[in-house]
Structures are given as C-alpha cells and as structure tokens.
Design a binder for this molecule. Sequence first.
Ligand SMILES: Cc1cc2nc3c(=O)[nH]c(=O)nc-3n(C[C@H](O)[C@H](O)[C@H](O)COP(=O)(O)OP(=O)(O)OC[C@H]3O[C@@H](n4cnc5c(N)ncnc54)[C@H](O)[C@@H]3O)c2cc1C
Length: 437
Amino acid sequence: MTRIVILGGGFAAIGVAQRLERTLRPGEAEVTLISRENFSLFTPMLPEVSSGALDTRHIVTPIRAQLRRTHFILADVTALDLNSREITYTHTLTGIAERLRYDQLVITTGASTSTFGLPGVAERVFALKTLEDAAILRNRFMWLLELADDAPEAERKKLLTLVVVGGGFTGVETAGEMVELFHSVGRFYPRVRPGDVRIVLIEGGATLLPGLPVRMGSYAEKFLRGRGVEVLTGDGVRSADDEGIELASGKRIETHTIVWSAGIQPRLLTGSESLPHAKNGAILAAADMSVPGFPGIWACGDCAGIPDGTGKYFPPTAQHAIREAPLLADNLVATMRGGQTRPFRYTSLGMMASLGARKAVAQLPGNRVLTGFLAWFLWRTYYLARLPGLDRKLRVAFDWTLELLFPRDISELRVYTRRAQSSAAADAGLLPRDENL
Ligand SMILES: Cc1cc2nc3c(=O)[nH]c(=O)nc-3n(C[C@H](O)[C@H](O)[C@H](O)COP(=O)(O)OP(=O)(O)OC[C@H]3O[C@@H](n4cnc5c(N)ncnc54)[C@H](O)[C@@H]3O)c2cc1C
C-alpha cells in the first residue's frame, strides 16, 4: 500500500485528505494527516473572535469530524529527511518523538507571522494568526479596560491607545472590530470616556487594502475614520520598545498594545532546505503542485509558491488553498496510477473585508466593487456558508443574533492562553503546563 502523509491541518490539508478519501480505492493507499492542533481554524472570522463577537470554539472544526478514513496524529512535525523519505514528529500531548515513512508527502504547513526582524517588534506585538492569538487579544482588551477604569487620566489614555500595524484585510477588519467592541462594552467602565480610546491603523502603502481596487481602500479609510480610527498611510514601523513604537517617518506613538498584521512568511520544516524555494521562501512547486526534482513531494496553500502563468505566484489566501487542494489530490492519485497531472488554474473570485457596524467592502468578479451594507451582507452569508460543519454554522449564526440584543461579554478569561494552568500548580510554584511536558 502507498503511504501518503499530509503535513498540516488547515484549509489545504483538509481539502487534500477529503478528496483522497473520495478518490482512492479501498486498499490502494494509507493516508495519515499530522497537525499540531486537533481542529482546523476558520481564519476569516478570527478578528471577530478577538473582539468577542464570536465564541472561541465556534470557528474551529475538529479534524476528526471532517475526515472518515484518514489516520490523524496530533503532533508537531519537527524534521523532514528527504533521503530516507521519513518525517520526525513530536506528539503534542506526550512530547514523544516518532518517525514515519512516506511514499507520497503533501506539505501544507501554511504561513506564520513575519515581523521582518524589526528591532523590539517580535517580542512585543500581538499577532492574529492562531486561535490562541485571538483569545489572548480579546483578553488583553478586557485587561486594558479593567486597568484603565482605575487609572489616572494620562495613564488611562496610554493604556487605551491601541495600534494596528498592516492595512490589509486582517488589519482593517481588526481595527473595525476593536471599535465595535469598545462601543459595545463602554457602559461597563464608567470612568473610561469614549475619547480615551485611541485606535491607530498604520499601513505602509499609499492606501488601505493594498493590491485591491483603490475604491475599496478609500471607502474603508473614510468609514474607519468616521468611526474614530486614526488611519496613517504611507508610513511603516521602524522599531518597538516597552513604551511604544517608532515609525519610519520619525513619529512616535506611546502604547502598550500593538496588533501586528503586516506580514506573513511560509512555515518551513527543518530538512526542507534542499527543496526549491521561491523568492519569498515558499516551497517552489510546479503548476501541478508537485515539487520539481523530488518525486513524491507535493505542496500547496500558504507554504507553496505555485506559478500562476503570468510570472507571479498564486496569493496565499484560503480561497486559493481550498481550490488547490482537490487538484493536488487528483494529481497525486493520477501519478500513483501512471496517469497525467493537470496544472492549477484559477481566477480569484475577489476579496472582502468587513469594517464593523454592518459595513464591508467587496471585490466581485470582473473587478467590480461593492461597499456598505450589501457588501457586509455578502461577507456574512458567504463566510457562514463556507464555515465547515452545520453545528458551527448554527453556533456562529446564534452568536451574531445575540450580538444584536446584548453587549459583548467582558469576562476577563485567562484560560486558552499558553500559560493557562491550574491555580494549584501556579501556587506551588510549578512551571506552566506546557513547559512541564
Ligand atoms: C486573521 C486572518 C484572516 C484571514 N481572512 C481570509 C479571508 O477572508 N479570505 C481568504 O481567502 N483568506 C484569508 N486568510 C488567509 C488564510 O487563512 C490562509 O491563506 C489559509 O489559512 C492558508 O491555508 P493553509 O492550509 O495553507 O494554511 P493554514 O490554514 O495556516 O494551515 C496550516 C496548518 O499546518 C499546521 N502546521 C504548521 N506547521 C506544522 C508542523 N510543523 N507540525 C504540525 N502541524 C503544523 C498548522 O497548525 C495549521 O493547521 C486570513 C488569514 C488570517 C490570519
């Protein structure tokens, strides 16, 4: 039996595994999927988790619930040995290291946050890439409000100065969601006045939503400014320290909270250095998503550079990963059966960004632009339809309904964070659970 191993648990990995389950004949191959979480994350709704509009668990779907015949291992893949055709993984819960042989390997390890080596930045900023990031950020907002309500005016203003770096769709949505959150819960913090909250959105390009039609960026900028967000375009971050950030223009902003959505980099494995790489570090794949010169190795999603036929690569979006995955699976099976592979071809459907207060911007096929309430309605219906699992769809729809009736929850939770642990262990001076493994 052919041993097919899929690395990752995101849009690309699940798409490949589901298609393989459908196309492989019984006994033809044994499929194993290894991911460091036992769920896949629906990232387009992550900003809403960070603002408390959606509950943390409602935007994740257990991997086991999405697959029927694939063997799942909850582990961190630590190394790849291209000569012996083996991968090494460390089980997430036990910490035990194992090796696994493959005949066909699918790499879909996605991307991680990049802070471009800017001094002081990586250790101070809040990323918004994982579920844990969103939970930590939401908790941070509650924490800031609790402190601010009991602080002298000058300190209160500094505590409530929040900077979002990166005016792409994640940054824009996060800034919009932050405004929604502070509006919704303001009544619980009587000493915090609306003017105390300062949200600054910084974008290095000339307009927000770079790469998308200019009309979308200008609508988003006008709308967010109207909601009180300070939008700084054409400026970037030079460095960060404990008291704030320095911008390329020389401007300084005093803040304790910087949300970073300014860059990603492909997440690569030790041992994959000899694979071909694109300029941005992604694994360079052929148009059929095989890795040239390495038979049996495949890559797609954010960690792969797949040529789009115009000298560029397909962009790292869920929209593309979802479409790349089934074709990769078909090509892999075709190769196993001695058949022909097909190149990946796809024209983007467009992009959407929600701005809060029932407004959004959307790029539609043909480069048409939709703004305002209709775009927001489209955003919600499209992403709700795309969220895997009927139970998750219902939970999210229920969260959205509750949000119309009640203010957002202000409970300051310390669970879900990496350092969360039993208070008995903390009181006994033990290390956080993760470090005890
Ligand atoms: C906040 C946010 C909003 C977004 N909104 C949109 C949107 O509206 N529309 C859109 O099209 N795209 C959006 N994206 C981009 C989209 O999330 C990515 O393009 C998509 O997730 C890529 O899918 P993937 O499967 O390649 O990688 P991922 O979804 O990142 O999955 C990678 C998987 O690999 C696992 N993994 C990584 N390394 C290892 C390892 N060493 N061992 C074991 N497991 C490992 C990870 O845990 C993860 O499960 C958004 C991204 C973010 C962060």
